[in-house]
Structures are given as C-alpha cells and as structure tokens.
Write a protein that binds this ligand. Structure first.
Ligand SMILES: Nc1ncnc2c1ncn2[C@@H]1O[C@H](COP(=O)(O)OP(=O)(O)O)[C@@H](O)[C@H]1O
Ligand SMILES: [Mg+2]
Length: 312
C-alpha cells in the first residue's frame, strides 16, 4: 500500500487561450500522507480549487502526474475517484431533493447503494436526522454544509477532499464542522481542506501548503513553518537611537516604528536582558514591553510580500 494518500508531481494547468490564457497551476508538487489533515492555504484565485479538481480527475493537467492511493489519476480516473470523498460546495446541492434523497443519489453516482437505515445513520452522525425529509433549499447554511460533508462521507472514502468547508459559516457552526473533520481523522481517514483562513489552518491541519498564484511556496506543519520563517517580535520603548544599541543576542532585525523599538528575535529573553543592560548604561528606561508570537499570517507575509487576510 502506498504510504502517500496523494502524490502531486509538477502539475501545470491553464485556462483559456491567447490573451485570456491563465496559468492557474505553475508546477505544483506536494504529497499528502495517510491519516493527516492537510491544508491548502491561500487567497482567492491562488489555484486551490483547480488543484483539487485535478486530483479529482475533473481537469486534466497540461503536464505532471497525480497519484491517489497509488493510483495514477490520469490513467485511471475512475478507479482513483473511488478512493475519494468529495465535498460539493454547499451551494451546488440540488435544491429540490431532500437530504435523504441527495445522499442516496450521490452515493449511487459512485455505484454505492445505501439502505435507508444506512442513510439515516449518516444523517444522525452529522446532526441532520430531523432534516432527513427537508429539501436542501430549506436548510440553514450550517445544515447545508454538514449535509455536503455527509454526502462526501456517504461512500465511506479513505480520502476526503473538502473545498472551503467552513466558507460562510458563523463561528459556532464553524467549530462544529471542525469537530466533524477531526472525527474523520480519528477514524483513520486522510483529509485535504482548502482554506483562506489562518485560524482554520492552524486549528485543524497537521501540515499546511501555502499556495500563492499557482505555486506552493512552503509546506510543513504550522509550527515548523513559523519556526523556519519568522521570529517573535519584541516591542519596547527605549529612548535611545539605534546606533547607541549594541548588537543584541538573538536579535535578527531591529527598527524603530515611531518611538517603539521593534526587534525580531529568536530568543526574546536574552534579547530583552541585553536591551535592559544597554539602556541602563545610558541611564534610560525600557518601557511598554510586549512580545508578539508570530503566526501563519506572518509566514505568508514573509514569503509572498502580501497579507492573506485583510487586517480586521
Ligand atoms: N473555469 C475557469 N475558467 C477560467 N479561469 C478560471 C476558471 N476557474 C478558475 N480560473 C482562474 O484560475 C485561477 C485559480 O482559480 P481557483 O483554482 O478557483 O483558485 P482558488 O480556489 O484558490 O480561489 C484564478 O485566476 C481564476 O480566476
Ligand atoms: Mg476555490
């Protein structure tokens, strides 16, 4: 059995021709390990949905190769697709069908024929048992999102692909979906989610690939991405010019923002101690000390030069 759930090798894919040609994927490689929650993090237009569509075998890349559970998607898309549970965007649900009918129909598309009690069990697991006979269009956003998840799970797939699973949900509904996604992992499934939310990537994903304009710019656990790319920022007010400060241990960058000194440091304590000593020598005080731990947003900014989420 292949160690990798998904193996994407140097995939290029474009839309349109001539003036309208868009290179949506510019040589993407990544691997998703069995049993992990893997996040594709990037802004709108980065290429997340295109990449998922290639993995699903819906689009054929211009070049490159994709394997799902060891199966070559370009050669044998049908076989590969049987390993996958694909979450439709909740807006893509057929409005006129009930929850029960939708699950029955989608599973049948994969040649999985579920009994009524199996479908009711599934609805129960996703907190939708009282929605069994309601039409999708009568449901709330959170219910539709959960129904889309239930549909993705209806064929009992090893690997689940979720495209922005918490897109337009309020915080409570979002946490509920997160809980369900973690439960899928606990059942031993592999999950790939796309998101443009830093919170979501940090809260859910064992590993995250940062995707920007059709390229993967980094891929690792959130913790390692942060440690490898950005340092904590120590902020303090010291009435000393930069020239008067000795080189501080641990500090990788120093600058003044207004009268605030900002120091990027790999070792905030050692840096702060040395800063105190230097200030004391000049008879000055160090005030308003704060240390900000960096997050994936800082990593994104560092690697792309842009912010992922407009600052609130
Ligand atoms: N069907 C399409 N026809 C033409 N261009 C498309 C189509 N789908 C996506 N694109 C373009 O491809 C790029 C990647 O889009 P997409 O994969 O949807 O990004 P994401 O899911 O990260 O928002 C964007 O520039 C988008 O405008
Ligand atoms: Mg998308």
């Amino acid at each position: 059995m292949s160690e990798l759930a998904i193996d994407v090798r140097n995939v290029r894919m474009h839309y349109g021709t001539g003036q309208r040609r868009i290179e949506a994927l510019k040589g993407v490689s990544l691997d998703v390990r069995r049993g992990e929650i893997f996040g594709l993090l990037g802004p709108n237009g980065a290429g997340k949905t295109t990449l998922l569509s290639c993995i699903e075998g819906l689009y054929r890349p211009d070049t490159g190769a994709i394997f799902v559970a060891g199966i070559d998607v370009l050669r044998d898309p049908q076989h590969a697709r049987r390993k996958l549970g694909i979450q439709l965007q909740s807006t893509a649900l057929i409005d006129g069908l009930t929850a029960l009918e939708l699950i029955e129909v989608y599973a049948a598309l994969y040649e999985v024929y579920l009994s009524r009690s199996q479908i009711l069990d599934l609805l129960e697991r996703f907190g939708l048992i009282d929605q069994a006979h309601r039409r999708a269009k009568q449901m709330s956003g959170g219910q539709r999102q959960r129904l889309a998840l239930a549909i993705a799970l209806s064929t009992d797939p090893e690997i689940v692909l979720l495209d922005e699973p918490t897109g337009a949900l309020d915080p409570a509904a979002r946490r509920e979906v997160w809980r369900m996604i973690r439960a899928l992992k606990d059942q031993g499934r592999t999950i790939v989610i796309t998101t443009h939310s830093i919170d979501e990537a940090e809260a859910l994903c064992g590993r995250v690939a940062i995707i920007d304009e059709g390229r993967i710019v980094a891929c690792d656990s959130p913790h390692r991405l942060i440690a490898a790319n950005v340092q904590p920022v120590l902020k303090a007010t010291v009435e000393l010019p930069l020239e008067a400060l000795p080189s501080l241990p641990g500090a990788t960058q120093m600058r003044y923002v207004g009268e605030h000194l900002e120091i990027e440091t790999v070792s905030p304590e050692a840096t702060l101690q040395a800063l105190y000593a230097a200030a004391q020598q000049h008879g000055r005080l160090v005030r308003d000390i704060a240390v900000r731990q960096p997050n994936l947003e800082d990593v994104y900014l560092k690697l792309t030069g842009r912010r992922l989420e407009p600052s609130a």
